[in-house]
Design a protein around this ligand. Structure first.
Ligand code: FAD
Ligand code: 2HG
Ligand code: ZN
Length: 468
């Protein structure tokens, strides 16, 4: 072992250190298997004091640190380079719920808490923690904060940033910032937590957070509506928002090709409607009164949209099991794509009013250049966020198709720019989009980011090579 690793071992003990290649492998490769790193060691501190001790050693020795939570990130942000010199700092042993205050509607959790466990802890206290995403069984709250994850509840509850009230962070010199305040109002200068949220580990290590809770709705009910086009999906959104207001907690669109992929790779899946249609919308209503009330709300939205010829067919869940089955159709798309083979992912947002136009214009451009590709378009339509993914033609091996990736991405991202959109709506930049963002972000914004980085991490040891 190197001298640095020896010194770190003295801080975290044997339980907090992995150095042999087989043990490090799950931490070294990302979920999509696009990035393979080679860490000097995987370090798993069990407390904020241990994290601070590790970072101090790294600062003294100018050793790079790559924080990692559940390793479900899609941009390679939590993966080291292949130099064998970087420390991978996994927060997974820091997984305690420190406090729940149901009256203040807050939960204080350590960074390594798995998102689904935070949801369960809130539920046990009769509260809702509304952050929800397909990877919630593995993703950690520290990772969610660091990527400012979105997910399926943004429409009503906002992104992870909007759910955070306070943070505890180990800074790049090993000092601990205790900002664990549970206040909804605090105008005492710069709101420092927002620097670390969405920073993807480039400014410090988040070790704990105070997160907002909400009253648990009496019922959550879903329906799936078939529509002929993204235009009609947007018209349905307008009806749902007008009729249901804040009770509308989910509005997701997926194309029939997405559904085909889920049916193919999850053979137990049943299609929700007897006849296939071009697009589907999953609507979720959360009602403070009762399931009956949720049902009448969702039925009323669908009835108006059917009468207007917008919805072609629809089904409403009859029970909780069916609600979960409907969500699984939507949330299994990413996993189904992984089974189908590599594809080119784009996580984009454009103004909701222009989303249909964006899809039509970009599809047309892609088809001109690559006539046989298969579009895997789905996403959080209520947020203007599309997962505009492109899979190769059936007969072309995915690794051969991936040679077209850069050209395809150029078409998509240039189109996003023309629509005043963002090339990373919710997944972050990581290493995947670090260069790409230079083409699209104004030079002054990049410069301000560099100044923030230099101020908070002057030695450049925090997750180098990511974001900027
Ligand atoms: P990791 O992958 O471990 O790390 C992500 C980034 O955060 C890295 O840059 C890492 O260095 C940094 N980091 C992690 N922990 C810390 C910390 N404590 N302090 C400082 N930096 C840290 N994302 C969405 O936004 N919406 C979705 O709907 C969604 N669905 C998904 C579905 C699937 C099936 C999968 C595989 C991923 C999905 N994602 C989604 C992406 C991913 O789950 C999220 O980005 C998630 O927030 C990452 O959490 P993690 O703990 O796995 O982070
Ligand atoms: C989702 O919304 C995730 O399911 C993953 O953000 C998106 O697979 C993707 O591109
Ligand atoms: Zn998403």
């Amino acid at each position: 072992m190197s001298v640095i690793v020896d010194r770190i071992a003295a801080v975290v003990g044997a339980a907090g250190l992995v150095t042999e290649a087989a043990g490090m492998e799950p931490y070294a490769i990302d979920w999509r298997k696009r990035y393979a790193g080679r860490p000097l060691a995987v370090v798993r501190p069990a407390s904020v004091r241990e994290v601070a001790g590790v970072i101090k050693i790294c600062a003294e020795t100018r050793t790079a640190v790559v924080p990692q939570g559940g390793n479900t990130g899609l941009q390679g942000g939590g993966i080291t380079d292949a130099s064998g010199t970087q420390i991978l700092l996994s927060t997974t042993r820091m997984n305690r719920v420190r406090a729940i205050d149901p009256v203040n509607n807050t939960i204080t959790v350590e960074a390594g808490c798995v998102l689904a466990e935070v949801q369960r802890a809130a539920e046990a206290a009769g509260r809702l923690f509304p952050l929800s995403l397909g990877a919630e069984g593995s993703a950690n709250i520290g990772g969610n904060l660091s990527t400012n994850a979105g997910g399926t509840g943004v429409l009503r509850y906002g992104n992870t940033r909007d759910l955070a009230l306070g943070l505890e962070v180990v800074l790049a010199d090993g000092e601990v910032w205790d900002g664990l305040r549970g206040l909804r109002k605090d105008n005492t200068g710069y709101d420092l937590k927002h620097l670390f949220i969405g920073a993807e580990g480039t400014l410090g290590v988040i070790t704990a957070a105070v997160m907002k809770l909400y009253p648990m709705p009496a019922a959550r009910l879903t329906g799936i509506a078939a529509v002929g086009s993204p235009e009609d999906a947007i018209r349905l959104l307008e009806i749902a928002q007008r009729q249901s207001g804040d009770a509308l907690t989910g509005f997701e669109m997926f194309s029939d090709f997405c559904l085909s992929l889920v049916v193919k790779h999850f053979p137990a899946t049943r299609t929700p409607l007897r006849v296939r249609h071009p697009q589907y919308v999953l609507i979720e209503i959360s009602d403070a009164r009762s399931e009956e009330s949720a049902r009448s709300e969702i039925e009323s939205v669908l009835a108006e949209a059917m009468e207007a010829g917008i919805v072609l067919d629809a089904v409403v869940a009859q029970n909780l099991a069916q609600v979960e089955t409907m969500w699984a159709l939507r949330e299994n798309i990413t996993e189904a794509q992984r089974h189908e083979g590599q594809n080119v992912k784009h996580d984009v947002s454009v103004p909701i009013s222009r989303i249909a136009e964006f899809i039509a214009a970009t599809d047309a451009e892609i088809r001109r250049a690559h006539p046989d590709v298969r579009m895997v378009t789905f996403g959080h339509l209520g947020d203007g966020n599309l997962h505009y993914n492109v899979a190769g033609p059936q007969e072309v091996p995915p690794d051969v198709f991936m040679r077209e990736a850069a050209g395809l991405t150029r078409i998509v991202h240039d189109s996003v720019a023309r629509f005043n959109g963002s090339i990373s709506a919710e997944h972050g930049l990581g290493q995947a989009k670090r260069e790409e963002i230079r083409r699209y972000k104004p030079a002054l914004e990049l410069e301000l980011m560099r100044r923030v980085k230099a101020a908070l991490d002057p030695l450049g040891i925090m997750n180098p090579g990511k974001v900027i």
